[in-house]
Design a protein around this ligand. Structure first.
Ligand code: HEM
Ligand code: HEM
Length: 183
């Protein structure tokens, strides 16, 4: 098991972080959608929202670890057969957008809850509020957060579809590079 990237595969840390993030984001989306189905004012609804905040903040913390991992893992493993330059650029742009999403969404959420004047609790500790109470700012931040949340479905969906297209149609090693080695 290689922690750092090799010629033909991402390092185990990068692979682990990548799939853990998928799991976390699935949780983030699942609990906030479940929250919408539960009657207003119930404790379950409040708990689901708290879980949304907690899981979302975990994405924020882990993305920092992930960026550090990326920085210290060495050159990205090559795709074979090699991709045309425009596809390389498109995939770099998509990865950048995914990172902006993973950082921006939790920050927007934290700002929104601060503007609402509600506490943001992480692992039983109350986090500092980022801005003062402002109801109309809360509404705007919440709207932006929700819109980007919807964009996220498409972004992640297209990213996953591209990976499957490379694997099953183009039959290159794009996806295999992000899967653990089988011995
Ligand atoms: C990667 C991280 C996150 C993603 C992908 C995400 C995604 C979403 C989505 C899709 C919704 C809207 C659901 C709907 O349309 O009904 C939502 C709502 C919301 N999120 Fe997040 N979120 C993230 C992190 C956070 C964090 C860290 C916080 C706060 C600390 C937060 C606070 C909120 C709030 C206050 C709402 C509105 C809930 C309501 O309807 O009252 N989010 N989020
Ligand atoms: C079923 C879902 C997913 C599949 C099949 C998938 C597949 C892949 C594959 C094959 C790569 C390597 C591509 C390359 O090196 O050119 C990759 C890289 C990447 N993926 Fe995903 N992915 C999925 C979900 C996600 C999610 C949910 C995120 C985050 C929101 C994400 C973020 C990234 C990023 C940022 C990279 C660039 C490499 C890195 O910095 O780790 N992926 N993904």
């Amino acid at each position: 098991m290689n922690c750092r990237n090799t010629n033909d595969r991402y390092g185990s840390l990068s692979i682990g972080m990548h799939w853990l993030m998928l799991l976390l984001l699935t949780g983030v989306y699942a609990v906030i959608n479940l929250h919408d189905l539960v009657p207003k004012g119930s404790t379950l609804r409040a708990d689901l929202k708290t879980w949304h905040f907690m899981l979302g903040l975990s994405v924020f913390i882990l993305v920092a670890v992930r960026l550090a991992t990326r920085l210290f893992s060495g050159p990205v493993p090559r795709i074979e057969p090699e991709l045309p330059a425009w596809q390389e650029r498109l995939s770099a742009l998509a990865h950048l957008a995914l990172y902006v999403f993973m950082i921006g969404m939790p920050v927007l959420g934290w700002f929104a809850v601060s503007a609402k004047g509600d506490p943001v609790v992480f692992l039983g500790r109350q986090l500092p509020t980022l801005i003062g109470h402002d109801k109309s700012l809360y509404e705007s931040l919440k709207d932006i957060h929700e819109t980007i949340g919807t964009v996220g479905y498409f972004l992640i969906g297209l990213h996953a579809a591209a990976a499957l297209f490379h694997h099953y149609v183009m039959r290159d090693n794009t996806l295999r590079r992000m899967l653990p080695a089988r011995h």
